[in-house]
Design a protein around this ligand. Structure first.
Ligand SMILES: [Zn+2]
Length: 144
């Protein structure tokens, strides 16, 4: 595995950027940023908190577990995803309370519905994708 080099600020802190967010994905971590002033979580990261206008954040690793809040099935997608249609894009509400959009992948037809438990998974960068960043996606949690 390639060594991951994060973008850091002058104090050596990993800056709250999309680029760093995807670098964390590359090492199998789904990360949010937490506002140091009001405590609100964001995924993907923001530069300024829309609640309190603070620009001071720290990274928090998420559990990777969430529930499907809403979804839609894409039958006609952008050209580069045409071979993958139909696919499902959903909003995942994480255990930590923050929501994020994601591709939802299931091996079985018909088991994607609102409220199901999901777990995060990561994919290596696709060769024909740009930018060449690793991706996160969610799959239905295995029932135990
Ligand atoms: Zn804030």
């Amino acid at each position: 595995m390639e060594e991951v080099v994060f973008v850091r600020d002058e104090k050596g802190e990993v800056t709250p950027t999309i680029e760093n967010f995807y670098k964390f994905c590359g090492i199998g971590k789904l990360m949010a940023v937490k506002c140091n002033k009001c405590g609100r979580l964001f995924v993907p990261p923001r530069v300024v908190c829309p609640d309190c206008y603070s620009s001071s954040f720290r990274w928090i690793e998420l559990s990777g577990k969430g529930k499907l809040q809403s979804y839609s099935v894409v039958h006609i997608g952008p050209k580069k995803f045409a071979s993958k249609t139909p696919y499902t894009i959903g909003i995942v509400k994480m255990e930590e309370g923050v929501s994020l959009p994601s591709l939802i992948l299931s091996d079985k037809n018909g088991d994607i519905e609102i409220g199901i438990d999901l777990v995060v998974d990561f994919e290596a960068p696709q060769s024909d994708d740009w930018p060449k960043w690793p991706r996160y996606l969610f799959r239905p949690a295995k029932k135990t």
